[in-house]
Design a protein around this ligand. Structure first.
Ligand code: UGY
Ligand code: MN
Length: 297
């Protein structure tokens, strides 16, 4: 009669041998065995392919994907590592940065930039604005040009998006105020003929020369209008995935992807996957297209 302890030991040994053999076999698997084993995870093959990127830069649009990010100091904001994803070198009249803080740091609203307005959107972590206003993810701040006193304390390990542009004033409209708020306080609209949910983070007042929209699509929803317009866009896909049409190209996109859309590039989005696709998007507004970069009168 074999004792219970001995039987248990034999089973442990059998499981250990099977486990070891499986791991060993996986390490030695041919590429085709790996493909078969990870059919639904084929992305890992692409992302590790030397020299491969989904990023494309064309005359009228750019897609910048995370494997292409290059980080440096955000000018005027020490100890913030920022990837500039869109800038006038691409043809835009604004810049868009994705920024990370490695330690807590205090910064001045627009640094020392002259006539430049700035928009900050918190993705992860926390930023504390003037009057001790705490910006959690979804929180945002608009800093008007010339505002040099607003101090922001960026907490350690925060991730945020920054838009900068030269302010274009409009006679009789005054200067926009400093705004610190959260997207959850913004009314949700569904534009005529569309199904996506829209939040306009900035007021519609003519003193603002741009707005920042947050747009939500359920899986399967898409833009009804195949848009072509004079405005520029700077987009970051915050969650979800789908297909973006840019010019004649239909491009798979996923959270973390950034897109610049030049004036008049045909554009359309269809959401796929299992979660809501949400993107944040810059759009210049309220200025006469006849004078795209001059001061309107
Ligand atoms: O407002 C817009 O132009 C926006 N619907 N465009 C876009 O999502 N590509
Ligand atoms: Mn558009």
């Amino acid at each position: 009669m074999v004792s219970t302890e001995l039987r248990a030991l034999v089973w442990v040994l059998v499981f250990a041998i099977i486990g070891y053999a499986t791991v060993f076999a996986a390490a030695d698997a041919t590429v085709y065995e790996q493909i078969r084993a990870s059919r639904s995870r084929s992305w890992s093959f692409f992302s590790s392919l030397p020299g491969a990127t989904r990023s494309v830069v064309r005359d009228n649009y750019a897609l910048v994907t995370p494997e292409s990010h290059v980080y440096a100091d955000l000018p005027g904001w020490p100890r913030i590592a920022a990837a500039c994803l869109i800038s006038p070198a691409m043809g835009s009249h604004f810049s868009m940065y994705l920024a990370f803080s490695s330690s807590e740091v205090e910064v001045k609203g627009c640094g020392s930039l002259q006539d430049v307005e700035r928009f900050i959107y918190v993705i992860e972590g926390e930023v504390v604005g003037p009057n001790d206003k705490r910006l959690q993810p979804g929180g945002f701040a608009y800093i008007p040009a010339g505002e040099s006193d607003a101090i922001f304390s960026i907490k350690e390990s925060s991730v945020f998006l920054v838009y900068d542009r030269q302010y274009q004033s409009m006679a009789g409209e005054g200067v926009p105020p400093l705004i610190v708020d959260h997207q959850d306080n913004i009314q949700v609209e569904v534009p005529d003929g569309e199904v996506f949910r829209l939040r306009r983070l900035l007021p519609m007042s003519k003193s603002f020369d741009f707005n920042i929209h947050v747009m939500d699509f359920d899986p399967g929803e898409f833009l009804n209008v195949k848009e072509v317009h004079y405005n520029q866009h700077g987009l970051l896909l915050l969650t979800g995935m789908g297909v973006y049409r840019l010019g004649d190209d239909y491009i798979p996109v996923t959270a973390g992807d950034a897109i610049y859309m030049a004036p008049f590039v045909p554009q359309w989005f269809g959401a796929l996957g299992k979660e809501i696709s949400r993107y944040i998007i810059y759009k210049d507004t309220n200025r006469n297209p006849l004078f795209p970069s001059a001061t309107c009168v």
